[in-house]
Design a protein around this ligand. Sequence first.
Ligand code: SAM
Length: 289
Amino acid sequence: MSQTTSAQSAAPARFSDVKGWFWPADQLLFDWFLARQERQELHGDLLELGAYLGKSAIFMGSYLREDETFTVCDLFDSPAPDDPNSEEMDRSYATLTRRAFEANYLSFHDELPVVVQAPTSVIAGRVPAGSCRFIHVDASHLYEHVHGDIAAARALIAPDGIVAFDDFRAEHCPGVAAAVWGAVATTGLRPICITGTKLYGTWSDPDPVREELLTWLSGRSDMWHGVEEVAGSPLIRIDGKKAKAPKAPRSRHEGAAPSTPKPPSEPVPAPKPRQPLARRLAKTLLPRR
Ligand SMILES: C[S@@+](CC[C@H](N)C(=O)[O-])C[C@H]1O[C@@H](n2cnc3c(N)ncnc32)[C@H](O)[C@@H]1O
Protein backbone atom coordinates (compact mmCIF):
# COMPACT_ATOMS: atom_id res chain seq x y z
CA MET A 1 0.00 0.00 0.00
CA SER A 2 2.80 2.37 -0.77
CA GLN A 3 1.10 4.01 -3.76
CA THR A 4 -0.20 7.53 -3.30
CA THR A 5 -3.94 7.89 -3.52
CA SER A 6 -6.21 10.60 -4.73
CA ALA A 7 -9.99 10.78 -4.68
CA GLN A 8 -11.70 8.68 -7.31
CA SER A 9 -14.57 10.82 -8.51
CA ALA A 10 -16.07 9.22 -11.65
CA ALA A 11 -18.32 6.15 -11.46
CA PRO A 12 -16.08 3.20 -12.37
CA ALA A 13 -16.85 1.86 -15.84
CA ARG A 14 -14.53 -1.10 -15.28
CA PHE A 15 -13.17 -3.01 -12.30
CA SER A 16 -9.71 -1.72 -13.24
CA ASP A 17 -10.98 1.84 -12.62
CA VAL A 18 -11.49 1.10 -8.89
CA LYS A 19 -8.43 2.19 -6.96
CA GLY A 20 -6.92 -0.23 -4.48
CA TRP A 21 -4.23 -2.78 -3.82
CA PHE A 22 -5.56 -6.03 -5.17
CA TRP A 23 -3.37 -7.54 -7.85
CA PRO A 24 -4.08 -10.23 -10.48
CA ALA A 25 -2.31 -13.09 -8.62
CA ASP A 26 -4.45 -12.45 -5.54
CA GLN A 27 -7.59 -12.03 -7.64
CA LEU A 28 -6.85 -15.49 -9.06
CA LEU A 29 -6.32 -16.95 -5.59
CA PHE A 30 -9.46 -15.35 -4.12
CA ASP A 31 -11.33 -16.76 -7.11
CA TRP A 32 -9.77 -20.19 -6.61
CA PHE A 33 -10.47 -20.41 -2.85
CA LEU A 34 -14.00 -19.00 -3.13
CA ALA A 35 -14.95 -21.10 -6.16
CA ARG A 36 -13.62 -24.20 -4.40
CA GLN A 37 -15.87 -23.44 -1.41
CA GLU A 38 -18.78 -23.14 -3.83
CA ARG A 39 -17.95 -26.52 -5.43
CA GLN A 40 -17.71 -28.06 -1.98
CA GLU A 41 -21.00 -26.44 -0.98
CA LEU A 42 -19.30 -24.91 2.01
CA HIS A 43 -21.65 -22.15 3.17
CA GLY A 44 -20.71 -19.33 5.51
CA ASP A 45 -20.30 -15.58 5.65
CA LEU A 46 -17.66 -13.34 4.11
CA LEU A 47 -15.76 -10.68 6.03
CA GLU A 48 -13.32 -7.99 5.02
CA LEU A 49 -11.38 -5.88 7.53
CA GLY A 50 -10.18 -2.80 5.61
CA ALA A 51 -12.15 -2.07 2.45
CA TYR A 52 -10.78 1.29 1.27
CA LEU A 53 -12.57 2.12 -2.04
CA GLY A 54 -13.92 -1.39 -2.40
CA LYS A 55 -11.59 -3.09 -4.87
CA SER A 56 -11.26 -6.42 -3.05
CA ALA A 57 -14.75 -6.10 -1.49
CA ILE A 58 -16.38 -5.77 -4.92
CA PHE A 59 -14.50 -8.88 -6.02
CA MET A 60 -15.49 -10.87 -2.91
CA GLY A 61 -19.11 -9.73 -3.20
CA SER A 62 -19.42 -11.68 -6.47
CA TYR A 63 -19.14 -14.96 -4.51
CA LEU A 64 -21.84 -14.15 -1.95
CA ARG A 65 -24.80 -16.56 -1.92
CA GLU A 66 -28.41 -15.82 -0.90
CA ASP A 67 -28.21 -17.29 2.60
CA GLU A 68 -24.92 -15.57 3.43
CA THR A 69 -23.87 -12.18 4.80
CA PHE A 70 -20.93 -10.10 3.65
CA THR A 71 -19.61 -7.67 6.27
CA VAL A 72 -16.94 -5.04 5.67
CA CYS A 73 -15.35 -3.09 8.49
CA ASP A 74 -13.48 0.15 7.85
CA LEU A 75 -12.99 3.48 9.57
CA PHE A 76 -13.61 5.28 6.26
CA ASP A 77 -13.80 8.96 7.21
CA SER A 78 -14.10 8.40 10.99
CA PRO A 79 -11.26 9.23 13.38
CA ALA A 80 -8.73 6.46 14.10
CA PRO A 81 -8.58 5.01 17.62
CA ASP A 82 -4.95 6.02 18.36
CA ASP A 83 -2.20 8.35 17.13
CA PRO A 84 -0.12 5.84 15.12
CA ASN A 85 -3.27 4.62 13.36
CA SER A 86 -4.29 8.23 12.77
CA GLU A 87 -0.92 8.96 11.13
CA GLU A 88 -1.28 5.82 9.01
CA MET A 89 -4.73 7.01 7.87
CA ASP A 90 -3.48 10.52 7.02
CA ARG A 91 -0.49 9.14 5.14
CA SER A 92 -2.26 6.51 3.04
CA TYR A 93 -6.03 7.03 2.94
CA ALA A 94 -6.57 10.77 3.47
CA THR A 95 -9.13 11.11 0.67
CA LEU A 96 -11.20 8.07 1.61
CA THR A 97 -14.93 8.45 2.24
CA ARG A 98 -17.64 5.90 2.96
CA ARG A 99 -19.75 7.44 0.18
CA ALA A 100 -17.04 6.74 -2.38
CA PHE A 101 -16.82 3.12 -1.20
CA GLU A 102 -20.59 2.70 -1.42
CA ALA A 103 -20.86 4.31 -4.86
CA ASN A 104 -18.12 2.04 -6.18
CA TYR A 105 -19.66 -1.07 -4.65
CA LEU A 106 -23.12 -0.29 -6.03
CA SER A 107 -21.63 0.11 -9.51
CA PHE A 108 -21.04 -3.65 -9.47
CA HIS A 109 -23.67 -5.10 -7.10
CA ASP A 110 -27.35 -4.48 -6.37
CA GLU A 111 -26.95 -4.33 -2.59
CA LEU A 112 -24.32 -3.05 -0.22
CA PRO A 113 -22.64 -5.41 2.21
CA VAL A 114 -23.20 -4.84 5.93
CA VAL A 115 -20.91 -1.88 6.59
CA VAL A 116 -19.38 -1.54 10.05
CA GLN A 117 -17.83 1.93 10.10
CA ALA A 118 -15.62 1.54 13.15
CA PRO A 119 -12.20 0.33 14.27
CA THR A 120 -11.76 -3.38 13.58
CA SER A 121 -11.51 -3.93 17.35
CA VAL A 122 -15.36 -3.99 17.43
CA ILE A 123 -15.78 -6.71 14.81
CA ALA A 124 -15.82 -9.77 17.07
CA GLY A 125 -18.92 -8.28 18.72
CA ARG A 126 -20.72 -7.63 15.40
CA VAL A 127 -20.27 -10.91 13.51
CA PRO A 128 -21.33 -14.32 14.92
CA ALA A 129 -18.47 -16.51 16.15
CA GLY A 130 -17.46 -19.32 13.77
CA SER A 131 -19.64 -17.97 10.92
CA CYS A 132 -17.15 -16.88 8.23
CA ARG A 133 -15.86 -19.11 5.45
CA PHE A 134 -13.52 -16.44 4.05
CA ILE A 135 -11.91 -13.46 5.82
CA HIS A 136 -9.66 -10.83 4.25
CA VAL A 137 -7.53 -8.99 6.83
CA ASP A 138 -6.39 -5.71 5.23
CA ALA A 139 -7.08 -2.86 7.69
CA SER A 140 -4.41 -1.15 9.82
CA HIS A 141 -0.91 -2.50 9.15
CA LEU A 142 0.35 -1.72 12.68
CA TYR A 143 1.29 -4.66 14.93
CA GLU A 144 -1.20 -4.09 17.78
CA HIS A 145 -4.12 -3.75 15.37
CA VAL A 146 -3.18 -6.73 13.21
CA HIS A 147 -2.65 -8.83 16.34
CA GLY A 148 -6.22 -7.97 17.38
CA ASP A 149 -7.55 -8.60 13.86
CA ILE A 150 -5.98 -12.07 13.85
CA ALA A 151 -7.59 -12.89 17.22
CA ALA A 152 -10.96 -11.72 15.82
CA ALA A 153 -10.47 -13.74 12.61
CA ARG A 154 -9.71 -16.83 14.66
CA ALA A 155 -12.91 -16.38 16.66
CA LEU A 156 -15.05 -15.68 13.56
CA ILE A 157 -13.70 -18.25 11.10
CA ALA A 158 -15.85 -21.30 10.30
CA PRO A 159 -14.43 -24.84 10.08
CA ASP A 160 -12.38 -25.13 6.85
CA GLY A 161 -12.52 -21.34 6.45
CA ILE A 162 -9.72 -19.44 4.72
CA VAL A 163 -8.10 -16.25 5.92
CA ALA A 164 -6.01 -13.96 3.71
CA PHE A 165 -3.56 -11.47 5.27
CA ASP A 166 -2.42 -8.51 3.20
CA ASP A 167 1.10 -7.06 3.21
CA PHE A 168 2.48 -9.82 5.44
CA ARG A 169 6.08 -9.23 4.36
CA ALA A 170 6.55 -5.67 3.05
CA GLU A 171 9.28 -3.34 4.28
CA HIS A 172 6.81 -0.56 5.15
CA CYS A 173 4.74 -2.73 7.52
CA PRO A 174 6.88 -5.02 9.69
CA GLY A 175 4.05 -5.20 12.24
CA VAL A 176 1.96 -7.33 9.88
CA ALA A 177 4.81 -9.83 9.43
CA ALA A 178 5.40 -10.01 13.18
CA ALA A 179 1.71 -10.51 13.96
CA VAL A 180 1.05 -13.07 11.20
CA TRP A 181 4.12 -15.24 11.81
CA GLY A 182 3.51 -14.86 15.56
CA ALA A 183 0.05 -16.36 15.01
CA VAL A 184 1.62 -19.25 13.08
CA ALA A 185 3.91 -19.92 16.04
CA THR A 186 1.36 -19.49 18.81
CA THR A 187 -2.24 -19.91 17.62
CA GLY A 188 -2.13 -22.88 15.25
CA LEU A 189 -2.63 -20.75 12.13
CA ARG A 190 -1.51 -22.98 9.25
CA PRO A 191 -0.14 -21.13 6.22
CA ILE A 192 -1.19 -22.60 2.87
CA CYS A 193 0.47 -20.32 0.34
CA ILE A 194 2.00 -16.91 -0.14
CA THR A 195 2.06 -14.45 -3.03
CA GLY A 196 4.16 -11.30 -3.17
CA THR A 197 1.52 -9.52 -1.12
CA LYS A 198 -0.70 -11.95 0.76
CA LEU A 199 -0.47 -15.00 3.00
CA TYR A 200 -3.38 -17.45 2.88
CA GLY A 201 -3.97 -19.76 5.83
CA THR A 202 -6.47 -21.70 7.86
CA TRP A 203 -7.01 -22.86 11.42
CA SER A 204 -8.31 -26.17 10.03
CA ASP A 205 -6.46 -29.00 8.27
CA PRO A 206 -4.47 -27.37 5.42
CA ASP A 207 -3.49 -30.61 3.63
CA PRO A 208 -6.51 -31.19 1.33
CA VAL A 209 -6.69 -27.57 0.15
CA ARG A 210 -2.92 -27.41 -0.34
CA GLU A 211 -2.93 -30.58 -2.47
CA GLU A 212 -5.73 -29.25 -4.69
CA LEU A 213 -4.04 -25.88 -5.00
CA LEU A 214 -0.81 -27.56 -6.14
CA THR A 215 -2.69 -29.45 -8.84
CA TRP A 216 -4.31 -26.25 -10.08
CA LEU A 217 -1.00 -24.35 -10.02
CA SER A 218 0.82 -27.07 -11.98
CA GLY A 219 -1.58 -26.41 -14.87
CA ARG A 220 -0.88 -22.68 -14.99
CA SER A 221 1.89 -21.26 -17.12
CA ASP A 222 1.42 -17.66 -15.92
CA MET A 223 2.39 -18.29 -12.27
CA TRP A 224 5.57 -19.88 -10.96
CA HIS A 225 5.27 -21.90 -7.77
CA GLY A 226 7.54 -23.87 -5.45
CA VAL A 227 7.15 -25.57 -2.09
CA GLU A 228 9.31 -24.86 0.93
CA GLU A 229 9.16 -26.37 4.43
CA VAL A 230 8.42 -23.52 6.87
CA ALA A 231 7.80 -24.02 10.60
CA GLY A 232 7.29 -27.75 10.07
CA SER A 233 4.77 -27.54 7.19
CA PRO A 234 5.00 -27.25 3.41
CA LEU A 235 4.33 -23.69 2.26
CA ILE A 236 3.49 -22.96 -1.39
CA ARG A 237 5.35 -19.94 -2.72
CA ILE A 238 3.71 -18.27 -5.71
CA ASP A 239 5.32 -15.75 -8.01
CA GLY A 240 2.39 -14.14 -9.75
CA LYS A 241 4.06 -11.15 -11.37
CA LYS A 242 2.92 -12.38 -14.79
CA ALA A 243 -0.45 -13.68 -13.63
CA LYS A 244 -3.41 -13.08 -15.94
CA ALA A 245 -6.29 -11.62 -13.94
CA PRO A 246 -9.51 -13.67 -13.89
CA LYS A 247 -12.79 -12.35 -15.29
CA ALA A 248 -13.46 -9.10 -13.47
CA PRO A 249 -16.82 -8.13 -11.93
CA ARG A 250 -18.86 -6.07 -14.42
CA SER A 251 -19.78 -2.46 -13.74
CA ARG A 252 -23.27 -1.26 -14.59
CA HIS A 253 -21.56 1.85 -16.01
CA GLU A 254 -19.58 -0.13 -18.58
CA GLY A 255 -19.83 1.60 -21.94
CA ALA A 256 -21.47 4.68 -20.40
CA ALA A 257 -20.01 8.12 -20.93
CA PRO A 258 -17.83 9.20 -17.98
CA SER A 259 -20.10 10.75 -15.33
CA THR A 260 -17.76 13.61 -14.52
CA PRO A 261 -16.61 15.83 -17.35
CA LYS A 262 -12.88 15.85 -17.99
CA PRO A 263 -11.19 19.07 -16.82
CA PRO A 264 -10.27 21.34 -19.73
CA SER A 265 -6.79 20.49 -20.95
CA GLU A 266 -3.95 22.76 -19.91
CA PRO A 267 -3.26 25.63 -22.39
CA VAL A 268 -0.24 24.73 -24.51
CA PRO A 269 2.57 27.23 -23.78
CA ALA A 270 3.63 29.24 -26.83
CA PRO A 271 7.03 28.11 -28.21
CA LYS A 272 9.95 30.30 -27.17
CA PRO A 273 11.31 32.42 -30.04
CA ARG A 274 14.48 30.76 -31.32
CA GLN A 275 17.73 32.65 -31.04
CA PRO A 276 19.66 33.42 -34.22
CA LEU A 277 22.04 30.57 -35.22
CA ALA A 278 25.24 32.58 -34.54
CA ARG A 279 24.11 33.30 -30.93
CA ARG A 280 23.19 29.63 -30.36
CA LEU A 281 26.58 28.43 -31.71
CA ALA A 282 28.45 30.96 -29.62
CA LYS A 283 26.62 29.77 -26.49
CA THR A 284 27.58 26.15 -27.16
CA LEU A 285 31.19 26.71 -28.27
CA LEU A 286 32.48 29.54 -26.10
CA PRO A 287 33.76 28.75 -22.59
CA ARG A 288 31.44 29.86 -19.76
CA ARG A 289 32.55 32.59 -17.37
C1 SAM B 1 -4.95 -1.17 2.48
S1 SAM B 1 -6.50 -0.42 2.66
C2 SAM B 1 -7.61 -1.67 2.16
C3 SAM B 1 -7.46 -1.98 0.70
C4 SAM B 1 -8.56 -2.79 0.10
N1 SAM B 1 -8.78 -4.04 0.80
C5 SAM B 1 -8.21 -3.05 -1.36
O1 SAM B 1 -7.83 -4.18 -1.70
O2 SAM B 1 -8.27 -2.11 -2.16
C6 SAM B 1 -6.68 -0.35 4.40
C7 SAM B 1 -8.01 0.17 4.89
O3 SAM B 1 -8.04 -0.06 6.30
C8 SAM B 1 -8.72 0.99 6.92
N2 SAM B 1 -8.26 1.04 8.34
C9 SAM B 1 -7.07 1.45 8.82
N3 SAM B 1 -7.03 1.31 10.16
C10 SAM B 1 -8.23 0.79 10.52
C11 SAM B 1 -8.80 0.40 11.78
N4 SAM B 1 -8.12 0.54 12.93
N5 SAM B 1 -10.05 -0.10 11.79
C12 SAM B 1 -10.76 -0.22 10.63
N6 SAM B 1 -10.26 0.13 9.42
C13 SAM B 1 -9.02 0.62 9.36
C14 SAM B 1 -8.38 2.22 6.10
O4 SAM B 1 -9.41 3.19 6.22
C15 SAM B 1 -8.26 1.64 4.69
O5 SAM B 1 -9.46 1.82 3.98
